[in-house]
Design a protein around this ligand. Structure first.
Ligand code: 1GP
Length: 245
């Protein structure tokens, strides 16, 4: 089964997906042991790309059979050992490089490596500007008190044929994306909505799923407090059973 098909099935049967993000620069391999039973897929990537990506993907694959999905920070963040790749356009960048040049430069390599591309509109929302992705991605930050702007970008993504939008507050963000933004993005676009950045507690993950998130990403948590992974997983699945979408 294709990775995207598998993810869609999880959304259908369990209401929401839990993605654990592994930043190849800061891998907590002991913490990763937990992910075997308490996540649905592993995202691998980061903004700066200084790492032995192939090595990290192979190590993750030794630990788990869950799908490995690249979350590339740039064109050199592509490994043939992964199963799939979030094929992303940073929709609200001011720099065309991140909107289309980087995705185009990576396309032939993705084809050659037979990686499954998952078409994803990547949107950097307040407070992302204060995090690495905001700096690297030259973003035109979307304010959280204007949920309609995020919804508009998600609808545009849908019209372009994207099946996923990733609402990013930035790794280690001071606060996550608010529920109103998630709710309107899902309602207006109907595409799969991934939410990440600054999610540090199970109850926060829970409310984001109830608001309409189809997928939750946590990265910093697995590095700093891997014991929480199980609790976040349970909260996501509980909300997934309860949500009305
Ligand atoms: C970053 O959305 C991810 O790209 C995860 O963020 O590290 O804050 O969990 P955190």
């Amino acid at each position: 089964m294709k990775v995207e098909e598998r993810l869609n099935r999880i959304i259908e049967e369990e209401g929401a997906i839990y993605f654990v993000l592994v930043d190849p620069e800061n891998v907590n391999y002991e913490g990763l042991e937990k992910i075997k039973d308490y996540s649905d897929a592993i995202l691998i990537g980061g903004s700066s790309g200084i790492c032995e990506l192939d090595y990290v993907v192979k190590e993750v694959k030794k630990i788990t059979k869950l799908p490995t999905i690249l979350f590339p920070g740039n064109v050199d963040n592509i490994s043939k050992y992964a199963d799939a790749i979030l094929y992303m356009s940073l929709f609200n960048s001011l720099n065309p490089y991140w909107i289309i040049t980087a995705p185009a430069l990576g396309a032939l390599k993705i084809l050659k490596y037979n990686l499954e591309p998952i078409p994803t509109a990547y949107l950097c929302i307040e407070p992302a500007k204060k995090t690495s992705v905001g700096f690297v991605g030259d973003i035109k930050e979307i304010p959280q008190n204007k949920p309609k702007i995020t919804a508009m970008y998600c609808l545009s993504a849908k019209f372009f044929g994207f099946r996923w939008a990733y609402l990013e507050a930035g790794s280690g963000a001071e606060y996550p994306i608010n529920n109103e933004t998630i709710k309107m993005a899902k309602k207006v676009s109907g595409i799969n909505i991934i939410v990440g950045g600054g999610i540090k507690k199970p109850e926060i993950a829970y409310e984001k799923v109830l608001a309409g998130a189809d997928g939750i990403v946590t990265g910093t948590l697995v590095e700093k407090d891997p014991k929480m992974i199980e609790k976040v997983y349970d909260a996501i699945k509980k909300a997934g059973r309860e949500k009305k979408w």
